[in-house]
Ligand binder design. Structure first.
Ligand code: ADP
Ligand code: 5GP
Length: 218
């Protein structure tokens, strides 16, 4: 007899350019048991981004309609655009037993923690300020003003690191991916995620051992 494997809601947050998208893509590509939560956003697509795969790109009106219909687990305004986690994907993941990976900002992470207290919050830190700036610039998706805006947000996000369960420094990408996967795998085995099963299992184990003693099988 084994416990049903609990599904984990793992939130990856941290400064823009810290590597959240890259790490999520790598994990989802190699782990069929993990689904990526495709966020809704009002920001325009970057070159190469696909609607429905990277984001659901919505008009402001469609986004606000989703809020009105309680279709979002959380949402926040980040760098002047709206981003939110559709409940729909979470429901699908809970039906097929997948873990769920959320790449969201700090405000969103706080809302998820409040609404889903069993969620796991991981903060991805850049190794140095220079590396963060270099990665943001090399991505080439924002002009200088937008890069500056993201760095200002990064400064305030850094203060939230203590609210998170885990912190991972994204220096070597392979090591970062392994660390986040290790967190996910360890969380599956947390005692409190197995309370009911443990209670039943311990009772049954105790009863079986007692009858073995009584029957002098030991
Ligand atoms: P975020 O989603 O947190 O904004 P991205 O995943 O878009 O960050 O990463 C920003 C840039 O840094 C991308 O060009 C990405 O390829 C690069 N990058 C991410 N992690 C690493 C790493 N460990 N080493 C080198 N480059 C990285
Ligand atoms: P980007 O525009 O670089 O893809 O994302 C900008 C910021 O928005 C990042 O910090 C990213 O994690 C965050 N973000 C993406 N999706 C969501 C979401 O669904 N909810 C919230 N709160 N933030 C999100």
């Amino acid at each position: 007899m084994t416990s049903a494997s609990p599904r984990i809601l793992l939130v990856l947050a941290g400064p823009s350019g810290g590597g959240k998208t890259t790490v999520c893509r790598r994990i989802v590509a190699s782990r069929p048991d993990v689904r990526f939560s495709v966020s809704a956003t009002t920001r325009p697509p970057r070159p190469g981004e696909r609607d429905g795969a990277d984001y659901r790109f919505l008009s402001r009106d469609s986004f606000d309609a989703l809020i009105e219909s309680d279709g979002l687990l959380e949402w926040a305004e980040v760098h002047g655009e709206r981003y939110g986690t559709p409940r729909e994907a979470l429901v699908r993941a809970s039906e097929d037993g997948s873990h769920m990976l959320l790449d969201i900002d700090v405000q969103g992470a706080r809302q998820v923690r409040e609404r889903e207290p069993d969620s796991v919050l991981v903060f991805l830190l850049p190794p140095t300020a220079e590396v963060l700036v270099k990665r943001l610039r090399q991505r080439g998706s924002e002009d200088d003003e937008k890069v500056r805006r993201r760095l200002r947000t990064a400064l305030s996000e850094l203060e939230a690191v203590r609210e998170f369960d885990y912190v991972v420094v994204n220096d070597d990408l392979d090591l970062t991916v392994s660390a986040v996967e290790a967190i996910l795998d360890a969380e599956v085995h947390r005692t409190e995620r197995h309370r009911e099963w443990l209670l039943r299992h311990a009772t049954e184990l105790g009863e079986a051992l007692e009858s073995d003693f009584a029957g002098s099988h030991i």
